[in-house]
Design a protein around this ligand. Structure first.
Ligand SMILES: [Zn+2]
Length: 462
């Protein structure tokens, strides 16, 4: 009698026709595992999706979770599942484990703070609003981690094993090659550019039956006419010529470190003046420490890696933040502060003081989502609202888009083009609807592979 091959079910619980909430359920006859466990981010409709009742199975019935990288939209739902009974292993690379720890404690802190404010507004008449999770759940989550380097096979259960391959997105980021019930899957995770600034090129991957691939920039190309070095050099020199302050709102993971690396190198080669650089983001400072801990996971030299902290001023407390802007300090300086799209963080404090002076420059780096203060600045808004007050914008606003942790359309096609055998099916996730549609048509045209664009919670039996 011929042995029957049992089917595998794939269900897209998040990042389906959107870019947040990454979660894909893989089910074999006896096992259930999740690839990534992200939080949905954005407005109220997205936040509703983070409710536990939206999660279609009992978290305790999951056997394991495998992470591609540490970003909140891939890890931020973990403590919620642990709170509701998940107790299996969480597999990740060593840097991903550490970045996840920083990100999850920050996330718990933000959620506890939000709950506090909501309850204050509600008074004591209505029922109390509870955060999705708190610091204690994060501590419990971190105990479940099991770390593995890339390229080593890890057995989860009988007929279920995986290995990691570097994906060039952020420190520790990987694609996952999964073998389940005799079928091979590749989950791309977030993919970096073909030639990332400080990481390895995304690794070539073995053949697969099914490829699950991100599509963030499926409809766009990065502007690569100027290198990040040239772009930053131009901005710093013109900011210096005006004699004002250059403020760079930045993401804490990867982006802040890249900017500091480039600035340090530009100063060394005397392409820009040796201005004082202040990093005012506790989270970015923590992540910088991880670049120093996990040296085998990036391509910075020893000197460049130590320069990330030695050659700059790390601002720790709010008292120090105030000192950075004191009239006794240097007038011309560079400040890097969270957050990247000016949605929160310490950059807000600086902008209140710096926006009104045309001598100052605001440099926005990378993608600015619609509706964020970053996008409003780019659109030439005459004033910006911060903490309920309006601040006139007279500072110069500039943007650099070449530094991106994501590959663009050409990079995505290049990545897929390296598979020598056609897969049975490509599934696109982690992309807005239009980006996915454009990429789907391009893949069908270029490679003649069948491409699906799953909706949220859609199930495929393979
Ligand atoms: Zn990411």
């Amino acid at each position: 009698m011929m042995q029957e091959i049992s089917p595998v079910q794939l269900q897209f619980l998040g990042a389906a026709r959107t870019v947040t909430g990454s979660k894909t359920l893989v089910q074999t006859e006896r096992h259930k595992i999740l690839i990534d466990c992200g939080l949905f981010q954005g407005g109220k409709p997205e936040q509703k999706l983070n409710k536990l009742r939206e999660f279609p199975l009992n978290p305790a019935s999951l056997n394991a979770i495998i992470l591609t990288h540490g970003h909140l939209d891939h890890t931020g739902f973990l403590p919620a599942l642990v709170k509701k009974g998940f107790h299996g292993p969480i597999y990740a690379t060593p840097p991903t484990r550490d970045i996840t720890e920083v990100i999850l404690y920050d996330s718990a802190h933000i959620q506890e703070e939000e709950a506090l404010q909501k309850n204050r507004r509600r008074g004591n008449r209505s029922k109390r609003y509870k955060p999705l999770y708190n610091e204690k759940h994060v501590t419990r989550t971190m105990k479940l981690f099991k770390t593995f380097d890339d390229r080593e096979w890890v057995s989860v259960a009988e007929e279920l094993r995986f290995r990691f391959h570097r994906s060039g997105h952020i420190l520790g980021a990987v694609s996952v090659e999964l073998e389940a019930a005799g079928k091979r899957f590749i989950f791309s995770g977030d993919l970096g550019q073909r030639a990332p600034l400080i990481l390895d090129t995304p690794a070539p991957l073995p053949e697969a039956d099914y490829i699950i691939m991100e599509a963030t920039y499926g409809d766009r190309l990065h502007d690569t006419t100027t290198s990040p070095y040239q772009a930053l050099q131009d901005v710093v020199n013109s900011a210096f010529a005006k004699g004002g302050t250059l403020i760079i709102p930045s993401f804490a993971v990867e982006r802040a470190q890249e900017i500091i690396l480039i600035l340090n190198n530009l100063i060394q080669e005397k392409s820009i003046p040796a201005l004082p650089i202040y990093l005012d983001s506790p989270m970015a400072a923590e992540v910088t420490g991880l670049f120093q801990k996990h040296r085998g996971w990036h391509n910075m030299t020893e000197a460049e890696t130590s320069g990330l902290t030695q050659d700059i001023h790390l601002v720790q407390s709010f008292e120090e933040t105030q000192l950075v802007l004191s009239p006794d300090g240097p007038r011309t300086k560079i400040i890097i502060a969270g957050s990247g799209m000016v949605t929160g963080g310490r950059s807000l404090y600086y902008l209140k003081h710096l926006l009104g002076n045309p001598d100052n420059t605001v440099l926005l780096v990378g993608y600015q989502a619609p509706g964020t203060r970053g996008q409003l600045l780019l659109d030439g808004a005459p004033a910006l609202e911060i903490d309920g007050d309006s601040y006139e914008v007279r500072a110069e606003v500039r943007q650099i888009s070449v530094l991106s942790a994501h590959g663009d359309q050409a990079d995505l096609l290049w990545w897929l083009g390296r598979f020598k055998q056609p897969p049975q099916q490509v599934f696109l996730n982690h992309g807005e609807e239009t980006a996915m549609q454009v990429l789907k048509e391009l893949i069908e045209e270029t490679f003649q592979y069948p491409v699906a664009t799953p909706e949220r919670n859609q199930v495929y039996t393979l």
